[in-house]
Ligand binder design. Structure first.
Ligand SMILES: Cc1ncc(COP(=O)(O)O)c(C=O)c1O
Length: 412
């Protein structure tokens, strides 16, 4: 049995163990707004690590909208949505979000959440509860985000759902699994853009399988909403697909620049989540001022400014793809603002991040369990607020660091 004193000792030992494996994580507090430059530990660093892909997190119109929202609605919602926390600002935002997906999901309705983590927990557990115990089969892409994995684990614990993993680059295996599956309810769950690799899920092919085997398809487009598609509506727009079996999740703390998330699906599914989605029901509503700010952010995303920002982002991605092809570092084939450089060991990743920090850059090392063992990496991300010169300078710095790291490793 573990008593409280032993628990404390165990925590100390396990933290020391993490440190010895170079896996201990550290918090760093910034003293500046989220933008392409960050004031950290008294130094100004060039940041290539946020998910603020469109550069909206510090946008004057959104700062003004937040102030305006606070004047109109105060700073807190005071209760969960079903008690008294649901405001007109939430309702307007949900209508706007649904209209972004209406060409891709018939009879679309959207439900707003305070975080993507909560949206994923609610959607997956809520859908699994549509079928009796042991009647659901959930297929999860191996590289799915932790919040999807945790949603699936919770759904499996609550409903004894069957869970199987699939490789999103080898859909034959998924096809074989679905072919023999006798569970009445099947749900395929995938990231739209894989968060640590930057590549896209084959959503068209997944939808075909969902149709063939009568499954639902849940797409978490946290890193696609705002940036993919001509109007920034996300991966469903980019891939030009439409189906009432799609459950779409978008997050609003990344390209949208604020915070929160939404589930968009055909209206009956959303009504079900309102009735039975426990993480939604039992959590205080996000301040309405945030919803008010997000409405402004959606106007920017869907308008000319959003378009210009996406064009700039795509220009930066192309510069990176052209200039980095000569690097010996392993890269992942990604056409998005997420461009990982795989360094392998934790030691290599930490050394490279440290050399970058010395050169004035903030790009933290990403290590297990966020990525697989032996695939520690830099997760480089671009923002529309970066200039072409910013990206070229980063590439020059990386090239010189690459030589230094290769020489160091070859001497060891
Ligand atoms: C793919 C994916 N889904 C969901 C989330 C969770 O979203 P949030 O940060 O709003 O909780 C993240 C966040 O990092 C993510 O990358």
């Amino acid at each position: 049995m573990t008593n409280a004193y032993q628990a404390l000792k165990l925590a100390q030992e396990q933290i020391a163990d993490l440190e010895s494996q170079l896996l201990k994580r550290k918090l760093r507090a910034t003293e500046s707004p989220c933008d392409t430059k960050a004031l950290v530990d008294g130094r100004e660093l060039k940041a290539f690590c946020s998910n603020d892909y469109l550069g909206l997190a510090n946008h004057p119109a959104l700062i003004q909208a937040l102030a305006e929202g606070a004047q109109r609605y105060g700073v807190g919602s005071g209760a969960s949505h079903l008690i008294s926390g649901h405001s007109r600002a939430h309702e307007l935002l949900e209508n706007q979000l649904a209209s972004f997906q209406k060409q891709h999901i018939p009879n679309a309705r959207a439900l707003f959440f305070s975080t993507g983590y909560l949206a994923n927990l609610t959607a997956i557990t809520g859908l699994a509860r549509l079928a009796p115990q042991k009647s659901t089969s959930i297929y999860s892409a191996k590289l799915n985000h932790a919040s999807l994995i945790d949603g699936i684990r919770l759904a499996a614990a609550q409903t004894q759902a069957n869970v199987a993993l699939f490789d999103h680059t080898l859909l034959n295996t998924l096809n074989e699994l679905l072919k023999t599956d006798q569970h009445p309810l099947k749900i395929i769950v995938t990231d739209g853009v894989f968060s640590m690799d930057g590549d896209l899920a084959p959503v068209k092919e997944l939808l075909k399988l969902a149709e063939q085997y009568d499954a639902l398809l849940l797409v978490d487009d946290a890193h696609g909403f705002g940036v993919l598609g001509k109007q920034g509506h996300g991966i469903l727009e980019q891939e030009n697909i439409c189906s009432d079996r799609i459950i779409y999740i978008g997050t609003l703390g990344k390209a949208a620049g604020v915070s929160g998330a939404f589930v968009c699906a055909q209206a009956t599914f959303i009504e079900w989540l309102i009735q039975k989605g426990r993480p939604f029901i039992y959590s205080t509503a996000t301040p309405p001022a945030i919803a008010h700010t997000l409405s402004k952010s959606l106007q920017i995303i869907g308008g000319d400014e959003g378009s210009k920002r996406r064009t700039q982002l795509n220009k930066l991605i192309r510069i990176w793809q052209d200039e980095m092809q000569f690097s010996q570092w392993e890269k992942v084939s990604s056409c998005t603002a997420i461009q990982p450089v795989i360094l392998g060991s934790n030691a290599n990743a930490l050394l490279t991040a440290k050399l970058l920090d010395d050169a004035g850059y903030w790009i933290p090392a990403i290590r297990p369990p966020t990525v697989a063992n032996g695939s520690a990496r830099l997760r480089i991300t671009f923002s529309a607020n970066h200039s072409e010169a910013d990206v070229c300078q980063l590439i020059d710095t990386l090239k010189s660091i690459e030589q230094a790291v290769i020489q160091k490793v070859s001497h060891e």
